[in-house]
Design a protein around this ligand. Structure first.
Ligand SMILES: NC(=O)CCC(=O)C(=O)O
Length: 265
């Protein structure tokens, strides 16, 4: 599966301009014919203009779904639609929409863990649905949003549902970029899966976002990486046989003893 990740400098508070930016980026992908899946970052419609989201959030994700569907059909690609500010009645969620190459919405995920350091709990509502895997081209996958990366339980849950690839869409700050890299490598190793991340790279008020979007193999090796704090397109092909081989060589999923784990839930 060939991927193109958009490490985007999101224009804060300007959904229309950001949609135009994404459309132009796709238009400019020289080899779009060969790409199977596109990945966008977190909150790419409005950025972290949290105090303006009442006016800027997409109503029931309608505009976003329509926009992503059209692009998916036009370029014959699956789209891991990053996430957008999404108004559902009186609440605003940080929601990811996944669209397949036929333009069909295959999954929606609302970010569960809201970030106190970015004031998200004041403006957003946390997702209430349980995480689920989705399928693209016959492969089970999962998506999480940024801060979710700090909660290993959510990725393990997706893996136990059969996911072989986990997408992380993010606006992760430069100030904690070591965590960004190390946590992704750890999640890839402990779950023997691919981790594919799209981070943003610009500034929002006083926060600089790190870029450094990654593709990490099940061994923890980084096979592709975006530049630091600048816009970039990261191309990488993943080989799902590597997941199977890794799981055969170090069979952690048959060695697990779940009835001895003192789970909280
Ligand atoms: N957008 C985010 O969720 C940022 C997460 C973050 O800053 C952190 O986990 O550290």
């Amino acid at each position: 599966m060939k991927h193109a990740i958009y490490q985007m400098d999101v224009i804060v508070g300007k959904p229309e301009q950001n949609r135009e930016k994404v459309a132009n980026w796709m238009e400019g992908l020289a080899n779009v014919d060969e790409i199977d899946t596109i990945v966008l970052p977190e909150m790419w419609n409005a950025g972290y203009a949290l105090d303006q989201l009442e006016a800027l959030a997409d109503d029931h994700g309608k505009q976003t779904i329509e926009f992503l569907s059209e692009l998916a059909k036009k370029y014959d690609v699956n789209i891991i639609g990053g996430s957008v500010a999404n108004r559902v009645n009186h609440e605003i969620y940080n929601s990811s929409f996944i669209v397949n190459q036929f333009g069909e919405l295959v999954y929606k995920y609302d970010k569960i863990h809201l970030v106190p350091m970015l004031d998200e709990p004041r403006y957003l509502t946390g997702g209430k649905q349980k995480d689920k895997v989705f399928e693209l081209n016959g492969t089970k996958m999962g998506v999480i949003i940024c801060y979710d990366l700090r909660f290993p339980e959510i990725i393990r849950s997706l893996i136990l549902q059969g996911a072989e690839v986990i997408y992380i869409v993010a606006q992760w700050p430069s100030s904690r970029k070591d965590h960004w890299k190390i946590l992704q490598q750890a999640r890839a190793i402990e779950n023997q899966c691919y981790i594919i991340s799209a981070n943003s790279c610009g500034r929002c008020y006083n926060t600089q976002f790190a870029g450094e979007s990654l593709i990490v193999e099940p061994s923890g090796e980084i096979v592709a990486k975006g530049v630091t704090e600048k816009e970039a397109t990261i191309f990488a092909e993943i080989d799902l046989d590597i997941v199977k081989n890794t799981r055969n060589q170090i069979p952690i999923f048959t060695s697990r003893v779940p009835h001895l784990y003192n789970s909280e839930s």
